[in-house]
Design a binder for this molecule. Structure first.
Ligand SMILES: Nc1nc2c(c(=O)[nH]1)N[C@H]1C(S)=C(S)[C@@H](COP(=O)(O)O)O[C@H]1N2
Ligand SMILES: [Mo]
Length: 242
């Protein structure tokens, strides 16, 4: 039985561990190189540890998702709303695509993603004609909106594996979107709920930063982590040249 005291003690120790690691990181090189969330029940934004060739963004540190408890809820404007467990999402026909994730904060990195197309999910949930978009609700309370038009493009996938392995907690276990012609912030991770809606909505990142609500990659300069951050000109849209 989980007593109230037990519960409090567990939360307090997790909290103290986090604070401790944050305080002591600057004083020790060894600590500075280590992902502060390794070995904890939490996952969050980091550039440390093995994450130098593919950075990790999370709006807020969050508890790791337990696979047996997770389900993808699909709600809102659809004829047949439902919930999907990990076995269910694995049963959709698998599509594989290599694409580059481009963060609006300069860096980018390429990976091979595996998942399924949103059209397959829509065959089951049957969105109503007035559903023009989807609001994604994530485990770190991050919210992002994507139009159905952009979700139904062939390069957009709901993804459960990365470079041949199931997504790690860091990269959005168990399910994320990959939409390579939009900046990273339009690629929500650790998705809990998809809500079909009839109006355009602003996502978390476009509310807190000076970034467009649409998020299409603009012409500019990229600093790819897998090419030593050497600057490269990009023409806008999906990065296909490297
Ligand atoms: N749930 C959630 N998804 C998110 C974010 C976030 O903060 N929370 N950040 C986005 C941003 S800004 C980027 S650049 C990509 C980075 O993906 P990665 O962490 O797998 O490298 O995740 C996106 N998806
Ligand atoms: Mo980003």
């Amino acid at each position: 039985m989980i007593t109230r005291r037990n519960f409090l003690v567990r939360w307090m120790s997790a909290f103290l561990l986090l604070i401790g690691q944050m305080l002591f990181r600057p004083f020790s090189k060894a600590w500075a190189d280590t992902d502060p969330f390794v070995g904890t029940d939490f996952v969050g934004k980091t550039r440390a540890g093995e994450h130098e060739s593919f950075y990790i963004n999370y709006w807020k540190p969050m508890r790791r998702i337990k696979p047996e408890r997770w389900k993808l809820e699909v709600t809102g404007l659809c004829k047949n709303p439902g919930a999907f467990r990990i076995e269910d999402i694995k049963s959709f026909p698998v599509k594989t695509r290599s694409s580059r994730m481009k963060c609006v904060e300069c860096w980018s990195a390429r990976a091979k993603w595996q998942g399924f197309s949103i059209a397959e999910l829509e065959k089951k949930v049957q969105p109503l004609p007035e559903a023009i978009g989807v609001v994604f609700h994530c485990a770190d309370a991050y919210i992002e909106y994507l139009s159905r038009e952009s979700l139904l493009k062939p390069e957009t996938l709901l993804v459960h594996s990365m470079d041949g392995k199931p997504l790690t907690d860091e990269h959005g276990f168990p399910l994320r979107i990959i939409i390579p012609f939009k900046y990273g912030y339009k690629n929500p991770k650790a998705i809990l709920k998809m809500e079909y809606v009839s109006n355009f909505q602003a996502g978390t990142w476009s509310k807190i930063g000076p970034y467009s609500m649409d998020g299409t990659i603009l012409p500019g300069t990229d600093h790819p982590l897998d090419f030593g951050k050497q600057p490269r000109r990009i023409p806008g849209g999906e990065i296909v040249d490297y």
